[in-house]
Design a protein around this ligand. Structure first.
Ligand code: C2E
Ligand code: MG
Ligand code: MG
Length: 728
C-alpha cells in the first residue's frame, strides 16, 4: 500500500489466501479488502468497501468490539482472540483476529488478518458439549445406584440434564393407558398440550414409536407446528424424546430440549441413548425392588398384609390419634396342622385363602386384616365405643363368618377358631405392646379352652360370666331345662281369650326360673338361639297337638322369632314339619317378630315373612314403637297384627304424649288393615284408654301373667264354660 510500490504490495495483499483488510480506526470503514475476504464473506469488493467493521458482527458482539477498540494498543501487533463474524448470507463464523496498527494516507488504520477457526471452535464446543453429556451419563448412573425410589431418581435425572447436561429443559412422563402423565420436569417450561395436540407432542410420538424421536430444528419441523409458538420465544430450539422401557413395555419417556439447533447428532445421541438405557434398567430394578418390598410387607398366599405391615398400620392408627377404643384381635385356627396332614397342604393353603377372603368381606375396610403367621390372623378394630364392643364384632362379624363351612376339595369342612384381644388404651399405648398382649390373651384362650379372651382380667371376669352362662345354656339345651309359659291375649270387644303368646322360661336347677330377658340376647349372639328356637317351635306345636288330641278347644298360640332365626333357611321347613307332625292347621300357630328383626335385613325378612305367610299363619309385629321405622315402611311386610310396646301403654292414661303415640299407631294400623294389640296392660285406667282409642286386643298382667301350660289351659277352658260375669 505504499504509494510508489503499491502494485507489488497490492498484488501480494490481494492474493494472500487468508481474509485480510484495512479499516479506518475513526470511521471503522473498510479501506481495502483482499480476494480471500471477498470469497469467504460473500460480499463483493464494492459492498465490502461500503461497510464498517461493525457490520461484520452479530449485534451481541458489538459491545465487546467497541470496548476492544477503546483499549487496544495502537502501536503493536495484537492478537485479539476469537470473534464471531457474520457472512453476507447470515452464517456466523468464528474468526481469530490478528491486527496491526498503521498510518494510511494520514489516517490511523488497522491492518487485519482474519483466520476462520469455526471448525476448530465447533469441534471444541462439541467436545465440551459431549463432555457435559458424559457428565450427565455418569451423574445419572451414580444417581441410579444411590436412589431407590423411582420418582426421586427421575427428579434427579431431570435436574442433572439441565445442570450438568446443559439442556434448557428436561422432563419425564409416565406412559399411562390414557396418555402421558408428567412426573417431573426441570428447566424452562415445556408447552402445555391440550388433549387434541397431546399425541403430536414429541414424547407421545416416542411412546407410540417405541424408539427415540429427534427434532433437531424445532423451527423447521412440521410435526412441531403446534408447539412452535411456545417454544421459539423461550429458546427451546431442538428436542428429543427417549422411551424408557421395561422389557417390551414403554413405562416412561424422557424429553430433553436444547437451545442449540442440531445438537442431537450421532455422537450425542449415542450417549443419550445410553442414558435412556440405564434409566430403563433402573426401572426394571426398581420394579423388582417394589416387588421385594411387597414381599416384605405382604403375605403372598392370601395377599393380606403381613405382621410387619400390620404393626406399621397399627402404629399409624394410634399416632393419628385414634378416637374411641382400638382393639387388636389375633385369631388362630384349631388343629390346622391336623387338617394339613389329613387333607394335604394344598387344602390347608386353600383354607387360608378362603379365610382371608371371608374376613376381608365381612369386615369394614377400616378394620385392618392381616395374616401374621401360619394359621394366625390379626385384626385391628378402630373407633370402638368400648372394649366390650370388640367381642361383639368378634362374634357378629368374625366368628359368624368363620363358623360357616368351607369347601375344600369338594368337601364341606368346618373349622374352629380362637381369639385373643388387647384393647387400647387400657392394655397398652403402642402397637408392639398391644400386639404382645393380644398374643398373650390368645395363648391363654388356647390353654384354657376358651373361644376368646381379653388381655385385661377385668374384661375376662365379665367374659367369664358370659362364658359360664353360655356353657350353662348349652347344658340347658341338652337337658331340656326350658319351659313354655302362655300369656292370654284378650279381645277387647268380647272380653274373651282369643289367643296366647308363648314365652320361654329357663328352669335353672340352682337359680330357679330365669327370665328370657337374661338369656335370649346371649343366645342370639352365640347362635344358641337356633337350637333353643327350634325347641320352642317343637314344644309349642307338641303342646297344642296334645291339647287337641285331648279334645280341648284350643286358641292360636304366637311364637316369638328372633332375628337370627329369621335368616335361617331351614326355619320354614322346621315350622311346617312341626305343625304337620302335630296335626295342627295353620290357624293354631302364629308368629311374632320385632321391628328391629325385620329392619336389620329387610329383604331377607320379607322373603321369610312371605314364606311364613304362604303357610297360612298369622304374623304380629312385636314391640312396635321402640325402633325407628314407620308403619308405612313396614307395609311391605305381610303382618296381621301390630303389638304396641309396653313402654307406651304404661303412660297411656296419664301421659298425653304416650296417649298420642298409641292413638296414632292404632289409627295408622287400622288404615293399613292391621289389628292392634296392646302389650303390658296392668291397670283398668290403661284398659279404658285403650278402649277409647278402639284398640282391638290386649295382653297384660291386668288379665293374666304368663302361665304354665296347664294353668293357661284351665283358664281357657274356664271361659268356655257358661259365664258368671267374669272377663273384662
Ligand atoms: P315380648 O315378646 O314383648 O313378650 C312380652 C313380655 O312382656 C314378656 O316378658 C311378658 O312376660 C311381659 N309382660 C306381659 N304383660 C306384662 C305386664 O302387664 N307388665 C309387665 N311388666 N310385663 C308384661 P318375658 O316373658 O320376660 O319375655 C321377654 C321377651 O323375651 C319377650 O318380649 C320376647 O322378646 C323374648 N322372648 C320370650 N320368649 C321367647 C321365645 O320363645 N323366643 C324368642 N326368640 N324370644 C322370646
Ligand atoms: Mg312377643
Ligand atoms: Mg313385645
Amino acid at each position: 500500500m505504499a504509494d510508489e510500490n503499491g502494485t507489488t504490495f497490492n498484488d501480494l495483499f490481494k492474493a494472500y489466501p487468508m481474509p485480510m483488510w484495512v479499516y479506518d480506526l475513526d470511521t471503522l470503514a473498510f479501506l481495502a479488502v483482499n480476494t480471500a475476504a471477498i470469497v469467504h464473506y460473500g460480499f463483493s469488493e464494492a459492498e465490502f468497501l461500503a461497510l464498517t467493521i461493525a457490520d461484520l458482527r452479530p449485534p451481541e458482539e458489538l459491545p465487546k468490539l467497541f470496548a476492544n477498540l477503546r483499549h487496544a494498543p495502537l502501536d503493536t501487533l495484537e492478537k485479539s482472540g476469537t470473534w464471531r463474524h457474520r457472512k453476507k448470507d447470515g452464517t456466523l463464523i468464528d474468526v481469530e483476529i490478528t491486527s496491526h496498527p498503521l498510518q494510511f494516507n494520514g489516517h490511523a488504520c488497522k491492518f487485519v488478518l482474519a483466520h476462520d477457526v469455526t471448525e476448530r471452535v465447533e469441534a471444541h464446543r462439541k467436545i465440551a458439549r459431549l463432555n457435559r453429556v458424559y457428565a450427565l451419563l455418569s451423574g445419572i448412573n451414580s444417581a441410579i445406584v444411590r436412589i431407590r425410589e423411582r420418582n426421586a431418581l427421575f427428579k434427579e435425572a431431570c435436574r442433572l440434564a439441565t445442570v450438568e447436561g446443559g439442556f434448557v429443559a428436561a422432563s419425564i412422563d409416565m406412559a399411562e393407558l390414557e396418555g402421558l402423565e408428567n412426573i417431573v420436569s426441570a428447566g424452562v417450561a415445556l408447552p402445555q398440550r391440550p388433549p387434541h395436540t397431546e399425541h403430536e407432542w414429541i414424547a407421545a410420538r416416542a411412546v407410540q414409536a417405541r424408539h427415540p424421536v429427534i427434532c433437531n430444528v424445532v423451527a423447521f419441523d412440521p410435526s412441531m407446528a403446534a408447539f412452535r409458538d411456545h417454544m421459539a420465544p423461550r429458546g427451546l430450539r431442538a428436542a428429543a424424546a427417549f422411551p424408557l422401557q421395561v422389557g417390551q413395555r414403554v413405562v416412561a419417556v424422557l424429553t430433553l430440549v436444547s437451545e442449540t439447533p442440531g445438537v442431537f447428532d450421532a455422537e450425542e445421541l449415542k450417549i443419550l441413548n445410553e442414558i435412556a438405557g440405564d434409566l430403563s434398567f433402573a426401572l426394571l430394578f426398581l420394579d423388582r425392588e417394589e416387588q421385594l418390598s411387597y414381599l416384605a410387607y405382604y403375605d403372598v398366599m392370601t395377599a393380606l398384609p403381613n405382621r410387619r405391615r400390620f404393626q406399621d398400620r397399627l402404629t399409624q392408627l394410634l399416632h393419628a390419634g385414634a378416637d374411641g377404643f382400638v382393639a387388636v384381635v389375633l385369631i388362630n385356627l384349631d388343629r390346622f396342622a391336623h387338617l394339613n396332614d389329613t387333607m394335604g397342604r394344598h387344602a390347608g393353603d386353600a383354607l387360608l385363602v378362603q379365610i382371608a377372603r371371608r374376613l376381608g368381606h365381612s369386615l369394614p375396610d377400616s378394620y385392618n386384616v392381616a395374616r401374621i403367621g401360619g394359621d394366625t390372623f390379626a385384626l385391628s378394630l378402630a373407633h370402638l365405643s368400648g372394649p366390650e364392643q370388640a367381642a361383639e364384632v368378634l362374634h357378629e362379624q368374625v366368628f359368624s363368618a368363620l363358623d360357616l363351612p368351607f369347601m375344600l376339595d369338594d368337601q364341606e369342612v368346618r373349622i374352629s377358631t380362637r381369639a385373643g384381644l388387647a384393647t387400647y388404651p387400657g392394655d397398652g399405648g403402642d402397637a408392639e405392646t398391644l400386639f404382645k398382649h393380644a398374643e398373650a390373651a390368645l395363648k391363654n384362650a388356647k390353654s384354657s379352652g376358651q373361644r376368646y379372651l381379653y388381655y385385661a382380667p377385668r374384661m375376662n371376669a365379665a367374659l367369664a360370666a358370659r362364658v359360664a352362662l353360655e356353657n350353662e345354656l348349652q347344658l340347658a339345651i341338652e337337658e331340656r331345662q326350658f319351659e313354655m309359659y302362655y300369656q292370654p291375649r284378650v279381645d277387647l270387644h268380647s272380653g274373651r281369650v282369643v289367643s296366647a303368646e308363648a314365652l320361654i322360661r329357663w328352669n335353672h336347677p340352682q337359680r330357679g326360673m330365669i327370665s328370657p330377658l337374661e338369656f335370649i340376647g346371649l343366645s342370639e349372639e352365640t347362635g344358641l338361639i337356633r337350637p333353643i328356637g327350634a325347641w320352642v317351635i317343637e314344644d309349642v306345636c307338641a303342646q297344642q297337638g296334645s291339647w287337641r288330641r285331648a279334645g280341648i278347644e284350643i286358641v292360636p298360640v304366637a311364637i316369638n322369632l328372633s332375628a337370627v332365626q329369621c335368616v335361617q333357611s331351614e326355619l320354614l321347613n322346621q315350622i311346617a314339619i312341626a305343625m304337620a307332625e302335630n296335626g295342627l292347621e295353620r290357624n293354631f300357630i302364629e308368629f311374632e317378630l320385632t321391628e328391629t328383626a325385620v329392619m336389620n335385613n329387610p329383604d331377607e325378612a320379607a322373603r321369610n315373612l312371605n314364606g311364613l305367610k304362604a303357610l297360612g299363619v298369622q304374623l304380629s309385629l312385636d314391640d312396635f314403637g321402640t325402633g325407628y321405622s314407620s308403619l308405612a315402611q313396614l307395609k311391605r311386610f305381610p303382618f296381621d297384627f301390630v303389638k304396641i310396646d309396653r313402654s307406651f301403654i304404661a303412660g297411656i292414661d296419664s301421659n298425653p304424649e304416650d296417649e298420642a303415640i298409641a292413638a296414632a299407631i292404632i289409627a295408622m294400623a287400622h288404615s293399613l288393615g292391621l289389628k292392634v294389640v296392646a302389650e303390658g296392660v296392668e291397670t283398668e285406667a290403661q284398659l279404658a284408654a285403650l278402649r277409647a282409642l278402639r284398640c282391638d286386643e290386649m295382653q297384660g298382667f291386668l288379665f293374666s301373667k304368663p302361665l304354665p301350660a296347664h294353668e293357661f289351659m284351665a283358664l281357657v277352658q274356664n271361659q268356655h264354660r257358661p259365664r258368671e260375669g267374669g272377663g273384662l
